[in-house]
Ligand binder design. Structure first.
Ligand SMILES: Nc1nc2c(ncn2[C@@H]2O[C@H](COP(=O)(O)OP(=O)(O)OP(=O)(O)O)[C@@H](O)[C@H]2O)c(=O)[nH]1
Length: 928
């Protein structure tokens, strides 16, 4: 039940505090102090209407209206108040405002007259003031408003016939008189009903005095406006005060409108019996509002003495502090939006009511609801309506995924990521098993329960992470997708077999990727093992052991017998120390998906190798054109973990779809961002698919070199026999020139296999096959990776097509070609265009977009592009000798009569490899 402070209730009653306490004690309520609280029944016992005490609905409504008013200034206000110069842009003239103000005042006066009449009646009829009086007075006041008469009429049988909505202005006048009469009658009735009642303080001398004072102030302001010299007790009002009054007038009017709107809607909803109450409340609220405004006005005048109760004064102050007047809505000059914006978002941005925008849109022929998106163009048009510049900013992936820089201060050592590569049967799996068994199974009880494509090894000198997918798949496969995950390659060579084709391939792969290598000579336990032979063979490929003065570490091992494993790990860690592998763990994680699958229980899962930062459960992420949120993470041993730092492989649950291995995995600030990026990438992918662009093709090399994408031509050659391979290699290498470098990254004998394609893809190379064919796997991979395979059976043809490709990549030579001579005979000044040379073509021709050299007294004074060419008023493409024309030269305004213009064009000429080589030789000779 609601409680009320006794002191507040006493203020509204005719009793003193003492009398009230006595009265309450008589009725059995134990109360002693004015700060004590009493319930609604006790309020009634003291003869006070509880409604007057509660923060009434009307006040709330007013408050809301004011707030709304602040938030969404009416459209007319936006125009009126914009640029902080309300008086200049006022659409409603001051005269109109004052007229409206007068009307209001008239109404208020009328209300007061009726009020005093009612007071008189009450004084004569009632000895003791009953709270009910206010109801009648309020009703009387309401008679100045259309609703009041109707409401009062409701209490009367006769009036029930009159529909409020159907009343005309004339009828209302009559009704006002009638209602006054009725009210008088009612007062008599109500006085006899002790329970009913309204605030007696409404008619307290203090309040009446306040209202009168306000009226005086308002009238005073009006006189001021009319230029009459009038002096009041508060001194002469300045222009500022008049402006403020105007604003207050506007606000009053708007509040009236708002209140009426609210009342109308409330009337339709409210039950008839309760109808009179909002009216009472309204009057009170209005009175209060006016009092507040008055206090505010008084405060605005520093010399004025502040009068009235401390409470409203305080309120006034607070309000003033919150909302200095005149209130100016925040209207920006310029806003920025994305590709689209909702009507309500846009309304908020420009400080206009959404409903107003909807109307404007309708006028523009756009039907939109509040939550509907409007495109940038429409938003710009709308903005123009309110003099607001609307700038559109296309959101790019970089905006959503800003590059996070590592903090150099926070960089910490990270474990190396290692891949084992080598020829078939040389012992890759055995080595990985040996490492796992000796180093992992011991440490992790129960061993590895699941396969996640990578595992961690805790060696005494540090941690090493092994990618568990042997060979090219783990290395080149990932690298081909731009995922350079491996730090070190262990090249395994069986001591009994020596360097074999795949050993060579592995070397080429590692070299192309610029990855460090540690050589493991395996199967040293075998009787026919020949370590020295292996070393010699590798030296042919420039893999020279340290003890021979080279830069590669070698370790002799037996994977089968677990011999040399620790030493091999030592070497790997030594190598990693030299690489100074470091990462910042205190940043959002980035990684690479190295394996993925659809798990029956877990849904789509992927093994992510964290490369930067720390990945945590709950992180939102984008992966390829998919996204997700880390729901759970498991380490290589299947143990759930909460976070994973740099170099750590983890199985992640929470992908929206199964990701692709090689996809980059980036943590975003939230799920929304992840979704946005994923959808952008998805769209891009579709576009790319549509474009059907071949990744590496001889034909598009020229375009790509122009874009600065390629400066080198990488080639993988496969031939049927060693002889043709060597011949082809030598011939192609001769095509290498100072401008386009040709690299043969791998050459081998035999058919084109998947590994060749992966290597070509990872190195952006083309594949040339001489008298060989790709196997089916190579074909599929080539298709998947967009690698072009060029097959030849005549060496000459192969050389010619590569030569053509390289020549296409050479920058053409630009030569100057003089095409005409022109004499300037008159100079005109054309607005915007600047100086135009009225000329006569002496020789050759003038072409638009050609260049002109301005020659004055045989000296070239300017050289620039022709940006306009006219014959009379018309644009001309070219003007030949014997004709006149107007020529405008870009960025040159100093043209003079008698100047000669030498017209020339640039011509591009293709260069051959021979040209380039000759030029280069000449340059060399010149330098020497
Ligand atoms: N004697 C001896 N045999 C070994 C050693 N390491 C591996 N092997 C044997 O060599 C054979 C091939 O070993 P894997 O580990 O399967 O070789 P791989 O390179 O993984 O072979 P692929 O997966 O087919 O490429 C197996 O029979 C192994 O037992 C070793 O150190 N000594």
């Amino acid at each position: 039940m609601d409680k009320y402070k006794l002191a507040e209730v006493v203020k509204k009653s005719d009793l003193t505090l003492k009398e009230a306490i006595e009265k309450l004690k008589e009725s059995g309520v134990d109360i002693n102090d004015e700060s004590d609280e009493i319930d609604i029944n006790s309020v009634k016992t003291l003869g006070v209407d509880p409604k007057l005490l509660s923060v009434d609905k009307r006040q709330q409504m007013l408050k809301k209206a004011l707030e709304r008013h602040k938030r969404h200034p009416r459209p007319k206000e936006v125009v009126v108040k914009e640029n902080g110069e309300p008086q200049k842009k006022t659409k409603i003239s001051k005269e109109e405002l004052l007229k409206k103000k007068k009307e209001l005042e008239k109404n208020l006066k009328k209300v007061d007259e009726e009020r005093s009449q009612v007071q008189k009646t009450q004084k004569t009829k009632v000895e003791k003031t009953e709270p009910k009086k206010a109801a009648d007075k309020k009703s009387a006041e309401e008679s100045s408003k259309k609703a009041a008469t109707e409401k009062v009429a409701k209490t009367d049988e006769d009036k029930k016939k009159v529909s409020p909505a159907s009343k005309s202005a004339g009828e209302r006048g009559k009704q006002q008189e009638q209602s006054a009469k009725i009210k008088k009658e009612e007062i008599t009735k109500e006085v006899q009903t002790p329970d009913a009642g309204l605030a007696p303080d409404f008619y307290s001398e203090e309040n009446i005095a306040k209202r009168k004072k306000k009226e005086e102030d308002d009238l005073f302001a009006e006189k001021e406006k009319e230029g009459k010299k009038a002096k009041g007790k508060k001194g002469v009002k300045k222009d500022k005060n008049i402006q403020r009054d105007i604003w207050e007038g506007i606000e009053e009017l708007e509040l009236e409108e708002e209140i009426e709107e609210e009342l109308e809607s409330e009337e339709t909803e409210a039950p008839q019996t309760a109808e009179q109450e909002p009216v009472k409340e309204e009057v009170q609220a209005e009175e209060k509002e006016k009092e507040e405004k008055k206090v505010k006005k008084e405060e605005a005048k520093p010399k004025d003495k502040k009068k009235g109760k401390p409470q409203p004064q305080k309120k006034g102050k607070e309000k003033k502090a919150e909302q200095p007047k005149p209130q100016k809505p925040v209207k920006p000059e310029k806003i920025q939006i994305g590709e689209s914006v909702t009507v309500s978002e846009f309304a908020g941005m420009i400080g206009i009511k959404a409903t107003e925008l909807i109307k404007k849109l309708m006028m523009m022929g756009v039907m939109a609801t509040v939550n509907q998106h409007i495109d940038a163009e429409t938003a710009q048009l709308l903005g123009a309506e309110y003099d607001i510049e609307v700038e559109t900013k296309t959101v790019k992936e970089d905006d959503l995924l800003p590059q996070v820089e590592d903090d150099p201060e926070k960089m910490q050592h990270r474990p190396p990521i290692v891949t084992v590569m080598g020829h078939v049967d040389h012992g890759k799996t055995s080595l990985l098993d040996a490492i796992r068994e000796t180093k992992v199974a011991d440490a992790e009880a129960g061993g590895i329960t699941q396969h996640i494509g990578a595992y961690e090894v805790d060696h005494e000198k540090g941690k090493v992470v092994f990618l568990d997918t042997p060979g090219h798949e783990a290395f080149s496969g990932l690298r081909a997708r731009g995922a350079n995950v491996t730090d070190i390659v262990i090249l395994i060579v069986a001591a009994d077999d020596g360097v074999m084709p795949q050993t060579k391939e592995a070397i080429d792969h590692a070299k192309a990727a610029g990855v460090r290598m540690v050589v493991a000579i395996n199967k040293v336990d075998k009787p026919n093992a020949n370590v020295e032979k292996v070393k010699t063979q590798l030296a042919e490929y420039n893999i020279i052991p340290e003890e021979w003065g080279g830069e590669y570490q070698f370790e002799e091992i037996s994977a089968k017998n677990h011999v040399g494993i620790d030493d091999l790990l030592d070497r790997v860690l030594l190598e990693s120390e030299m690489l100074e592998l470091k990462a910042d763990p205190d940043r959002p994680a980035e990684g690479i998906v190295i394996e993925s699958q659809l798990d029956k229980q877990k849904g789509p899962v992927g093994t992510v190798l964290v490369k930067k930062g720390t990945l945590r459960v709950g992180d939102a992420f984008v992966v390829g054109d998919n996204q997700g949120k880390v729901r759970a993470m498991f380490n290589y041993a299947g143990k759930p973990i909460k976070k994973a730092g740099p170099s750590i492989p983890v199985e992640v649950m929470g992908f929206s779809e199964v990701p692709e291995s090689g996809d980059s995995f980036i943590v975003t600030k939230d799920e929304k961002t992840a979704k946005q990026v994923a959808s952008m990438r998805h769209d891009k992918k579709k576009e790319k698919e549509l474009a059907e662009r071949s990744k590496v093709s001889l034909n598009d090399l020229f375009d790509r070199i122009k874009e600065g994408e390629i400066s080198e031509l990488n080639i993988v050659i496969k031939a049927d026999v060693q002889g043709s391979l060597e011949a082809l290699k030598n011939s192609l290498l001769k095509l290498s020139n100072p401008e386009v470098k040709l690299n043969i990254i791998h050459g081998g004998v035999g058919g084109i296999n998947e590994s060749d394609i992966l290597l070509a893809s990872a190195s952006n190379a083309i594949v040339i096959g001489f008298n060989v064919r790709p196997d089916s796997k190579a074909k599929t991979t080539a298709e998947k990776e967009d690698v072009e395979i060029n097959l030849y059976s005549v060496i000459y043809e192969a050389i010619e097509s590569v030569e053509k490709a390289i020549e296409g990549m050479l920058t053409p030579e630009t030569k100057e070609n003089v095409i005409g001579r022109v004499e300037v005979r008159q100079v005109f000044s054309v607005p915007k265009a600047g100086k135009i040379a009225g000329s006569y073509v002496l020789e050759g021709k003038v072409v638009r977009n050609a260049h002109a050299r301005v020659v004055r007294d045989n000296v070239v004074v300017y050289d620039g592009a022709i940006d306009s060419l006219k014959r009379f008023q018309n644009d001309a493409k070219e003007v030949t000798s014997g004709y006149e024309c107007g020529i405008g030269i870009a960025k040159f305004n100093d043209i003079k009569e008698g100047d000669i213009l030498e017209i020339y064009e640039f011509k591009e000429e293709k260069r051959t490899i021979e040209d380039v080589q000759k030029e280069h030789q000449k340059e060399k000779a010149d330098n020497e």
